[in-house]
Write a new protein. Structure first.
Length: 319
């Protein structure tokens, strides 16, 4: 069934505004995501023999809007032309290489969630410092695959890839069975655009929530849900349950460590307010042992050590 004229007009307006807004952001990873989404729409229109008008709207409007903006916006053309030579690409590539080195050093479990900002400092090279500056660092590898590998290791990367494969399989099944099919095709194209964008940039809470909503809408459009049983015997299921329980305990313990470190550090600050430097030093040592990547803990502990050394009484002074 063809879409009503009002829906086509609304699509043209929305697609034009979104493409224009995406273009003026200057985010080349988002532009690559747009291209990936259009490729998905193009493949869908050819595979499922979409109506020629639907195909023209889905592909032609974003491309026309991007072309028009490129003709009237010098900054857009300059940003696009500088892709191969701009120095900002060097920190991005350095982040990818450093992330792979981090993974090589911590292959199984990585360095832990949200620890890239700390582990990356060890692997910053001269090219990164020359491009980004000596005082600059980054908290993400600017690539979801490298980020997962560096912070969660082979285990987390495997779970990520398995989830991705299952999501793609379910999405394709939804695309085959959904009626009408064009909302499912649009959701799949948007998910592909987000994923490609995250191969060159970092994901945020808002984009993750958007991806979850789109995936949920895509899966709910299936006319027939199907489950795939995994053939496991009783012993295999029991062993898998033990492994999963052990991993759960490990990750819970790893998640609690930063909280315990912060509690110990705050208690040490309380001791400093009553001039109990010795107790503060012990608690700061605990904070550093629990979470050694926080430079504030180490600097504060060094300051307390220095104050204790200044006030310490030497054997000669006792005499």
């Amino acid at each position: 069934m063809a879409a009503p004229p009002a829906s086509r007009v609304a699509y043209v307006l929305i697609a034009t505004l979104l493409t224009a807004g995406l273009s003026v952001t200057g985010s080349r990873s988002s532009w690559l995501g747009l291209i990936a989404g259009l490729v998905i729409l193009g493949l869908w229109s050819l595979k499922f023999k979409a109506h020629s008008r639907v195909r023209a709207l889905a592909l032609g409007v974003p491309l026309a809007a991007a072309l028009l903006l490129g003709l009237i916006s010098p900054s857009f053309r300059q940003r696009l032309a500088s892709t191969a030579t701009e120095r900002s690409s060097s920190p991005r590539v350095s982040g990818w290489i450093s992330g792979l080195w981090i993974w090589a050093e911590h292959p199984l479990l990585g360095t832990g969630p949200d620890t890239f900002v700390y582990s990356f400092r060890k692997y910053k090279n001269l090219a990164y410092h020359q491009s980004a500056g000596l005082g600059t660092t980054q908290g993400h590898a600017h690539n979801d695959l490298v980020q997962w590998a560096a912070t969660t290791g082979l285990l987390g990367l495997g779970i990520y890839l398995w989830t991705l494969i299952v999501a793609i399989s379910a999405a394709l099944n939804a695309l085959r069975s959904a009626r009408p099919a064009w909302p499912a095709a649009g959701a799949l194209a948007a998910l592909a655009a987000l994923w490609v964008q995250n191969l060159f940039n970092f994901s945020t809470i808002s984009t993750n929530v958007t991806a979850a909503v789109l995936l949920g809408a895509l899966l709910s459009s299936q006319t027939r849900m199907r489950s795939v049983p995994i053939p496991l015997g009783p012993r295999a299921r029991g062993g898998l349950g033990i492994i999963l329980a052990a991993l759960l305990l490990y990750f819970v313990a790893a998640a609690v460590r930063p909280w315990r470190a912060d509690a110990a550090f705050k208690a040490a600050l309380g001791d400093l307010t009553v001039n109990n430097s010795l107790a503060a030093a012990r608690k700061m040592e605990t904070a550093v042992a629990l979470n050694p990547w926080v430079s504030l803990y180490r600097r504060s502990l060094g300051s307390v050590y220095r104050d204790l050394a200044r006030t310490a009484v030497t054997p000669d002074e006792k005499k």
